[in-house]
Design a protein around this ligand. Structure first.
Ligand SMILES: C[S@@+](CC[C@H](N)C(=O)[O-])C[C@H]1O[C@@H](n2cnc3c(N)ncnc32)[C@H](O)[C@@H]1O
Length: 248
């Protein structure tokens, strides 16, 4: 597949994942009725999108997965906190567009929403109410169906079901080329960093979706980086997401 064909396919994938092709239905219980087709900032919600992250963060996923491939960074790809699966579908799509069949995409989620806060272990999450929001709970079947809609459900996609504290420490996968964290809470971010960051290849990328959006996420990242003396420069993606490249 040539560069132009690859770009055409991946441009279309990004537009489909953010529902820029058809727009939302006129009556949607989970949005404000406005459709902002111009560079969706990922702050709105509606019933059709397969990701809530917005165009800049999707383009960031596309760019970093492509860079990892081009730089021959060893390993697989993972997102922790996938909702309807869109970012992971894009990761799988970038692999497909590069005809890569020896790397996997790990799709990690409870597929049942966020955990209630565990304030004994993670006091930073005390009072968090995200676990009470039903729209944040998307079943494994629904996510698999979304992958299948793009013809991207195959053996290169690995689903890891359960709360991160139960699944990630024992995840049998190593190394990773790109890690994307999108679990909102302190616990969800810190547990994922502890379990996965040591497995990130040198030169690989870690993306933190909620860095600007939630204080708990930002604190988890700051604490982890301080504890392990990580000084790699944070790069801003949009109003919330950041990433850094693990120093070679
Ligand atoms: C903000 S949504 C993720 C958005 C998604 N990345 C996208 O592209 O639209 C947060 C997701 O994280 C999951 N989640 C958060 N904390 C979790 C945890 N500790 N264990 C398992 N899943 C968790 C929720 O179930 C939810 O699907």
């Amino acid at each position: 597949m040539g560069q132009a064909t690859r770009d055409l396919y991946l441009d279309l994938l990004v537009k489909c994942l953010s529902n820029l092709i058809y727009g939302p239905p006129p009556l949607d219980p989970w949005n404000d009725g406005l459709f902002r087709a111009n560079a969706r900032p990922g702050r709105d919600r509606h019933s059709l999108v397969h990701t809530m992250v917005g165009i800049l963060r999707l383009e960031n996923v596309r760019e970093l997965v492509q860079r990892a491939i081009d730089l021959a960074v060893p390993g697989d790809f993972i997102e922790t906190g996938v909702w309807r699966g869109g970012c992971c579908i894009l990761m799988r799509g970038v692999l497909a567009a590069n005809l890569i069949d020896n790397r996997k995409v790990y799709v990690a989620d409870s597929f049942a929403g966020l955990p209630p806060p565990n304030a004994d272990l993670f006091p930073q999450d005390a009072g968090d109410i995200l676990h009470t929001i039903p729209e944040l709970s998307v079943s494994l079947d629904e996510v698999k169906t979304n992958f299948a809609r793009y013809s991207l459900l195959d053996e290169q996609v690995v689903f890891t079901k359960g709360f991160f504290s139960d699944t990630l420490p024992s995840l049998e996968a190593d190394p990773f080329a790109v890690i994307r964290l999108d679990g909102d809470m302190y616990e969800s971010t810190y547990v994922a960093l502890e379990a996965l960051y040591p497995k990130l290849s040198l030169g690989g990328f870690i993306i933190i979706d909620d860095y600007g959006a939630t204080e708990q996420c930002r604190k988890a990242v700051t604490d982890y980086r301080a504890k392990f003396d990580i000084g790699d420069k944070l790069q801003q993606v949009d109003w919330t997401a950041v990433y850094w490249q693990k120093a070679l």
